[in-house]
Design a protein around this ligand. Structure first.
Ligand code: ASP
Length: 452
């Protein structure tokens, strides 16, 4: 098969074409045309992915837990997973703080631009600080209460509530593990079959990824550049240094920290790891949502990295909701950048407070676009920076959201690989390191015809 017919290359081509087309469309003022006729295909792609995210998490976790030999194993894998997730987030935050303190991007924003940004985004700031305020006013144990839903269907109706779905699935799985085998069997068989179905649906949806990614990129660029290309260029000149600081921090964490951890704790070759997870990274970049990317993350982990279903079905849905290294790193850089721009000093105590609150904020951030900036408000308030300061960075947030989401899911996949390796559950990938659902769909068609 020629290289350009391979799916991962087609997704990259879709991404680049979407970028180029978005810039041309913004320059030509075709914003409305793109919003009406192109962006909807991106929305359809995201909707298809999020549509199957809840059934996937539910089915994979229930069957995963119910097939465990005993509950001790669950708590061992769980404890290990959460400890590594926390450790990698703290490393990410330290990298973020180091980069922003060394580069000092806040010192480069001209004063008139600073005032203009604050005026332009005033309204946006009010809605976001409102949401953050609501989150803050609740009691200290509220995050714990939030994990346990009173009504499962309500949690399943929004991808923001993924953690509740994770909780229900584990709870049901434990129950199934404890009731007599013959009673549990039919229900487990149903979820098993649901799981196989959802995996096939992910493969079909991924065939449309090149078009979906093209539409998402074109739509995002034209929606950012509503004031024309000149407006966005001006914004990028003022905030370029800040963007470079965030992207540099993310790049160090993604391409240095994770590879080092993989090298130390797993036998995995890095030459195979990154090509294997590239499709998930591309989808994360174009959707800005680790929740929407979850089906692809799980698929590449099992088929192309070689993580067992038992580990991936537990570690990845949990990671998509609580492990956000990219978001934490970005929040640390953003908080210090805002303080620098406003001329507020942050001593070492304040920077430690940023690390502590950012760990919690990144856990509490929903796996959807732009959620990270809402939680940033809470960090700002913890260190006495006026939350209106987020006006300074709102204009470029979407671009950074795309980048931090890539780091978020790469972190999940790295930890899944480490946990699988430590449990003796990292195998040679059944489909090789290169993702290609076309083969398995063709195989399935042939098999179906054979039966017919
Ligand atoms: N978009 C990010 C994610 O889904 C969250 C955020 O930082 O806004 O992973």
């Amino acid at each position: 098969m020629p290289w350009y017919r391979k799916l991962h290359w087609q997704i990259i081509i879709g991404l680049v074409l979407g970028l180029v087309f978005g810039v041309v469309a913004a320059a030509m003022g075709w914003n409305e045309f793109v919003a009406d006729w192109i962006a909807p295909f991106g929305t359809i792609f995201i909707n298809l992915l999020t549509l199957i995210a809840v059934p996937l998490v539910l089915a994979s976790l229930i069957t995963g837990v119910a097939s465990l030999a005993d509950l001790k194993k669950l708590s061992r894998i769980g404890g290990k997973t959460i400890a590594i997730y926390l450790a990698t987030t703290v490393i990410a935050l330290i990298i973020g703080l180091a980069v922003v303190n060394i580069l000092q991007p806040g010192k480069t924003v001209p004063e008139d631009m600073r005032d203009r940004l604050q005026q332009t985004y005033q309204e946006d700031v009010e809605t976001r600080t409102g949401i953050a305020e609501e989150a803050k006013e609740r009691g200290p144990l509220q995050p714990l209460v939030d994990i346990v839903p009173g009504n499962f269907f309500e949690s399943a109706s929004s991808n923001r509530n993924m953690l509740q779905v994770v909780f229900v699935a584990i709870f049901l799985g434990i129950g199934l593990l404890l009731i007599p085998k013959e009673k549990a069997k039919p229900l487990i068989a149903i979820f098993d079959s649901l799981m196989a179905l959802v995996i096939m649906l992910v493969e079909i949806i991924m065939l449309t990824a090149p078009v979906g990614v093209f539409a998402l990129l074109a739509g995002t660029i034209t929606s950012i550049a509503t004031g024309g290309l000149a407006g966005i260029l001006e914004l990028l000149t003022a905030l370029g240094y800040y963007c470079i600081a965030v992207i540099l921090g993310l790049a160090i964490h993604t391409f240095v920290t994770y590879p080092v951890l993989l090298k130390i704790f797993t036998p995995k070759s890095l030459r195979n790891f990154f090509p294997a997870i590239a499709p998930a990274q591309l989808v994360a970049f174009s959707t800005s949502s680790s929740g929407a990317t979850l089906p692809v993350t799980m698929e590449v982990a099992e088929k192309n990295v070689g993580v067992s279903e038992e580990v991936s079905s537990f570690v990845l849905p949990l990671g998509a909701t609580i492990n956000m290294d990219g978001t934490g790193l970005y929040q640390a850089v953003a908080a210090v950048f805002i303080a620098q721009t406003l001329g507020l000093g942050l001593d070492i105590g304040a920077q430690i407070t940023i690390v502590l609150t950012a760990v919690l904020a990144s856990i509490g951030t929903a796996a959807v676009p732009s959620a990270g900036i809402v939680m940033l408000v809470i960090i700002l308030e913890a260190v006495n920076i006026p939350s209106a300061g987020i006006a300074l960075i709102l204009g470029v947030d979407r671009i950074l959201d795309m980048c931090r989401t890539v780091t978020n899911i790469t972190g999940d996949l790295t930890v899944a690989t480490i946990v699988a390796s430590s449990e003796g559950q990292l195998h040679a990938p059944p489909h090789g390191p290169h993702y290609d659902p076309v083969d398995s769909i063709e195989e399935a068609f042939e098999e179906a015809q054979g039966i017919g």
